[in-house]
Design a protein around this ligand. Structure first.
Ligand SMILES: Cc1cc2nc3c(=O)[nH]c(=O)nc-3n(C[C@H](O)[C@H](O)[C@H](O)COP(=O)(O)OP(=O)(O)OC[C@H]3O[C@@H](n4cnc5c(N)ncnc54)[C@H](O)[C@@H]3O)c2cc1C
Length: 240
């Protein structure tokens, strides 16, 4: 883990109220898919009680030439500054951090449970698995309120054609509020949905990430199924 300086290269809207930020990759920065970094604004024009740093998962995969993070654009000083910073602005990154990386034993499937912006580590892992032709079977359960809120949904759908060992199960909790329409799964991620798509719900390694109410619900559900702590890896995105 080390502190590096990097520059903002560009921004891109990836869902309603959700922006991806691309940064140059400092030489010597190497991460594993699923890891995070601590992003610090240098001399920002405004700040608040939460300070000038936030942890973010690196949503880009290790083989990509740039670093990308994605976040919901809440009205906080940190995000206002990030959203209006001129292209080329220098920021500091400290990392990589975290242990939510894919397990080694490829005979054991990986089940990813993503709540909203909690998709970021799984986007990195899915891109990494597709490009590196990893032998693992991956099941991504991706929950949002509406399709409009689901960052990277198109790419995650298309990835099924690139990686035959990967499966996406997207769920919308409030599809009736969408202007796009939705014909996929409805509601939150729950045991019955896992049972519908997995051959055996007790054998995979489970990974989950999202806002605290979602991660708490996932942990409780997996405990009720009888999944051991060692078979769960998770990241709680506090602040939502
Ligand atoms: C490992 C990790 C990876 C993350 N990855 C992402 C990501 O990829 N994308 C993303 O959007 N977000 C991610 N987050 C969350 C992110 O760091 C921010 O907290 C979130 O984006 C909200 O920031 P904010 O500026 O909108 O709100 P903030 O101003 O940070 O905070 C909003 C609320 O959260 C509370 N809060 C702040 N810090 C803490 C804390 N340490 N513990 C409990 N409550 C706190 C505040 O009191 C406040 O009420 C990650 C967090 C962690 C720990």
């Amino acid at each position: 883990m080390a502190v590096h300086e990097t520059r903002l290269l560009r921004r891109e809207t990836v869902a309603e109220g959700t922006t991806a930020f691309y940064f140059s990759k400092p030489s010597g920065f190497e991460h594993q898919a699923g890891q995070s970094l601590l992003l610090t604004l240098i001399n920002p024009p405004e700040t608040d009680d939460e300070g000038n740093s936030r942890p973010f998962t690196v949503a880009s995969a290790p083989h990509e030439p740039e670093l990308m993070i994605a976040t919901r654009m809440r009205d906080t000083a940190f995000k206002r500054v990030l959203n209006t910073a001129p292209i080329g602005t220098t920021v500091s990154i400290d990392g990589p951090n975290g242990e939510m990386v894919l397990h080694d034993d490829a005979t054991r499937p990986a089940v990813f449970l993503a709540g909203g912006i909690g998709i970021t580590p799984f986007l990195a892992m899915a891109r990494h698995a597709a490009t590196g032709r990893l032998p693992h079977r991956l099941y991504l359960f991706y929950s949002n309120r509406r399709p409009e809120d689901a960052a990277f949904l198109g790419e995650l759908e298309d990835m099924e054609r690139i990686n035959p060992r990967y499966r996406l199960i997207a769920l919308m909790a409030e599809p009736e509020k969408s202007t796009r329409g939705w014909s996929g799964e409805i509601g939150f991620i729950r045991r019955e949905i896992l049972e519908r798509y997995l051959d055996n719900i007790t054998s995979p390694m489970y990974y989950f990430a999202g806002p605290p109410p979602m991660t708490m619900a996932m942990q409780k559900m997996l405990q009720q199924i009888g999944i051991a702590e060692q078979a769960m890896r998770y990241e709680e995105f506090y602040g939502y």
